[in-house]
Every structure is written in C-alpha cells, then in structure tokens.
Design a protein around this ligand. Structure first.
Ligand SMILES: [Zn+2]
Length: 74
C-alpha cells in the first residue's frame, strides 16, 4: 500500500523547490533573460517562470542573461 502526499502539500513542496532553484543561481536571481534571435531582454520572476513556463520570444525560449557572455567570442 502506497502513501501519497495530499495534493496541496505536494504543490507546496514544488513551490519551495522552484524558490530554491531561483535563489541558488545568480542568473536566475538576477531574473534577466534575453532573446538570442532579436536581442530583446526582459526581467522576469525566475521562480514564477520555472513554475509556469519560461518566457518565449521569436522562435524559442529566452536565455539567461549570463549565457550572452559565454556566447560572445573573444
Ligand atoms: Zn525575440
């Protein structure tokens, strides 16, 4: 016999996980994303994006701002 957590408790745990992820990554904490196609940037609530879906622009999801620095060639 399996013991399942009540749904509200499960959802609350997921919220905590998203908050932890958002708080553990500097780029997520910064909350800034950008579109690799058009270069448009915007500030988002990282925890909310992880929970409800990452912001999209043009043909795909927007990237974390930090990735732009990694893409730039020296
Ligand atoms: Zn775009």
């Amino acid at each position: 016999m399996t013991v399942a957590l009540p749904l509200p408790e499960t959802l609350a745990r997921h919220r905590d996980v998203y908050q932890e992820i958002a708080a553990s990554h500097p780029s997520l904490l910064n909350g800034k994303v950008w579109c690799p196609s058009c270069g448009r940037s915007r500030v988002v609530d990282a925890a909310r994006c992880l929970r409800e879906g990452w912001p999209k622009c043009c043909h795909g999801t927007m990237s974390l701002d930090q990735l732009r620095n990694e893409v730039v060639k020296p």
